[in-house]
Design a protein around this ligand. Structure first.
Ligand SMILES: Cc1cc2nc3c(=O)[nH]c(=O)nc-3n(C[C@H](O)[C@H](O)[C@H](O)COP(=O)(O)OP(=O)(O)OC[C@H]3O[C@@H](n4cnc5c(N)ncnc54)[C@H](O)[C@@H]3O)c2cc1C
Length: 437
C-alpha cells in the first residue's frame, strides 16, 4: 500500500525555533526490528519508552517523517489538562463514571511525565500552575456557570475569579469571569518532546526524517522509506490522523488545524506595563475562543482559529488568515503591549472524530494503534501510548480496560459534503465566538 499523503508541517513554530538547533537522528539504509513505531509525537514517545521497559531485549525503531517536535506535539499550547471537559454534556462533565475515568487517564499522564522530567532533568519550563478558563461575554460566563455545576458533581476543586482578580493575575482586564482549577501543568512542548526523545531507553532507535512511503502487511511487515526497507514483526501506528494513509479508520478521522503565535520576549519595561504574575495559562470558555499564555521566559502565546485540511496540510494563505486573528486576539487583550509583535506564527493538526472517540488497540494481526486525541493529546497521547505498550505486554489494568472499552471513531459523511459541512461549522462557530476569540 502506497502512502499518498505525508506530513509536511511548516517550520515556523516558535517553540522549536527558540531551542538550540537540533541534528536529526536518521536511519541509514535498511533495518530489522521486533517493533516499529510510526509517529514520534507524545503518543509514539510514550509507547516506545514503555515498550522498551517491558521488552528490554527487543529492538524498537521509532520512526518519524519529520524531526521530533516538528509535528503537533511540538506545536501545541503546552497545557497538560487534568480535568475532563465533555462538550456534548450540558454541564461539560456528563456521565460521572466516564468523567472520573477520563480524569484518571489525564492524571496518570501528568504523573508519568512529571516523573520522567524530574528523573531525566528535562528542562521544559514545567510549571504546576493550574489553568484559568476565561469568559469575556455573557455566553462565556454561562459556560463557566454550567461547568462549575459539573465540577461540583465531580467533586473537583476550583475557584471563581472576577475581573479585578483576573487583572491582578494576568495584567489585563479583558475577561469578565475566570474559573481557576489547580491540576493543569504548563510546559514548553517542543522542549518536552525533544527531552523525551533524547532520554529514550537504549533499545529504542529514533529515526527522524524517515517518512514511511509504503507499507506491506506481510510477515514480517515491511515499511519502505527513501533510505531503504524496515522489516518488523509488529507495527504500532501512533501517527494521529495519518493512520488513514495506512488503511485504518478511513473516513473516520478529521485533521483539523489550529494556529498559534508567540511574541518576542517582553522587555523589562513592557513587563512592568503589563503587570500581573510572571506566568499563567488561560483557555477560552468558548471552544472557538483564544487560548493565551504568558511563558516563564516572558513571551505571550495566543492560539485561535481552525481550518479543515483533509490531506493533513495547511496552506500559507490559511496561516496568513489565522495570523490576522491571532494578532487581533492579542491586541484586544493587551493594549498596553502596543508594538509587541508576534515573532512566530504557525499551524498544526489536531486529530478529531465526530464522537470524540480515540482509536486504541489491535488494528489487524501484529498491527496496533493509539491516536485521535481530539485536541488534548499531550496528556491523552502520553497515556494512550503508555497503555498500548502495557496492553502489548499483557499488563492488565483498569485504565487499559477503559481504553479498550471506548467506541471507535465514528464514520464521517462522504466528501465533498463533509468538507462543506465542517468548513461551514468552523466558520459559523468562529464568528459566533466574537470577543471570546
Ligand atoms: C496549535 C495547537 C495547540 C494545541 N494545544 C494543546 C494543548 O495545549 N494541550 C493538549 O493536550 N493538546 C494540544 N494540542 C493537540 C496536541 O498537540 C495533539 O493532540 C498531540 O500532539 C497528538 O500527539 P500524537 O503523538 O498522537 O500525534 P502527533 O504529534 O501528530 O505525531 C504524529 C507523528 O506522526 C508522524 N507521521 C505521520 N505520518 C507518517 C509517515 N507516513 N511516516 C513517518 N512519520 C509519520 C508525523 O510527522 C508526526 O510527528 C494542540 C495542537 C495544536 C496544533
Amino acid at each position: 500500500m502506497k502512502i499518498k499523503n505525508l506530513p509536511a508541517d511548516d517550520n515556523s513554530c516558535g517553540w522549536s525555533s527558540i531551542l538550540p538547533s537540533h541534528e536529526p537522528q536518521r536511519l541509514e539504509g535498511s533495518a530489522e526490528a521486533e517493533w516499529v513505531i510510526v509517529g514520534a509525537g507524545f503518543t509514539g514517545l510514550a509507547a516506545a519508552r514503555q515498550l522498551a521497559h517491558h521488552r528490554p531485549d527487543d529492538r524498537i525503531l521509532l520512526v518519524d517523517a519529520q524531526c521530533v517536535a516538528d509535528g503537533a506535539s511540538g506545536k501545541n499550547s503546552g497545557f497538560l489538562i487534568d480535568l475532563p471537559h465533555d462538550l456534548s454534556a450540558p454541564d461539560y462533565i456528563g456521565d460521572l463514571d466516564t468523567a472520573r475515568k477520563d480524569m484518571a487517564l489525564n492524571r496518570a499522564a501528568i504523573d508519568s511525565l512529571r516523573s520522567i522530567v524530574k528523573t531525566e532533568e528535562i528542562e521544559c519550563h514545567w510549571r504546576e500552575s493550574g489553568k484559568i478558563q476565561g469568559a469575556v461575554g455573557a455566553k462565556g460566563v454561562n459556560v463557566l456557570n454550567a461547568y462549575r455545576t459539573g465540577l461540583d458533581r465531580l467533586g473537583a476543586e476550583y475557584q471563581m475569579m472576577d475581573t479585578a482578580e483576573l487583572k491582578r493575575k494576568l495584567g489585563t482586564d479583558y475577561y469578565t469571569q475566570g474559573l481557576y482549577t489547580p491540576g493543569t501543568v504548563l510546559v514548553q512542548p517542543a522542549a518536552l518532546a525533544r527531552g523525551l526523545a533524547r532520554t529514550l531507553p537504549e533499545n529504542v532507535q529514533l529515526c527522524e526524517m524517515t517518512p514511511v512511503t509504503q507499507v506491506d502487511y506481510g510477515s514480517p511487515i515491511q515499511l519502505h522509506t527513501p533510505a531503504g526497507t524496515i522489516k518488523a514483526r509488529n507495527l504500532l501506528l501512533t501517527n494521529n490522523a495519518f493512520a488513514q494513509e495506512f488503511g485504518f479508520f478511513t473516513g473516520r478521522l478529521l485533521p483539523v488545524f489550529t494556529y498559534a503565535g508567540l511574541t518576542r520576549q517582553l522587555t523589562e519595561a513592557e513587563q512592568q506595563r503589563l503587570g500581573g504574575t510572571p506566568y499563567w495559562g488561560v483557555i477560552p470558555a468558548d471552544p472557538f475562543g483564544s487560548t493565551v499564555r504568558r511563558t516563564p521566559d516572558q513571551r505571550i502565546l495566543v492560539r485561535n482559529s481552525f481550518s479543515f485540511n483533509p490531506n493533513g496540510r495547511s496552506s500559507e494563505a490559511t496561516t496568513a488568515w489565522a495570523s490576522k486573528h491571532i494578532v487581533q486576539g492579542f491586541n484586544a487583550r493587551f493594549p498596553m503591549l502596543d508594538g509587541v509583535e508576534m515573532e512566530y506564527t504557525w499551524g498544526g493538526a489536531l486529530c478529531m472524530s465526530r464522537n470524540h472517540a480515540p482509536y486504541f488497540g489491535e488494528l489487524r494481526p501484529n498491527v496496533y494503534g493509539a491516536g485521535c486525541h481530539n485536541g488534548i493529546g499531550v496528556t491523552k497521547g502520553t497515556i494512550s501510548g503508555k497503555l498500548l505498550a502495557d496492553y502489548l505486554a499483557n499488563q492488565d489494568s483498569e485504565l487499559v480496560r477503559y481504553m479498550l472499552s471506548q467506541p471507535a471513531p465514528a464514520s464521517n459523511p462522504p466528501r465533498p459534503f463533509l468538507d462543506a459541512g465542517i468548513n461551514a461549522t468552523l466558520w459559523y462557530n468562529q464568528l459566533r465566538a466574537g470577543a471570546e476569540r
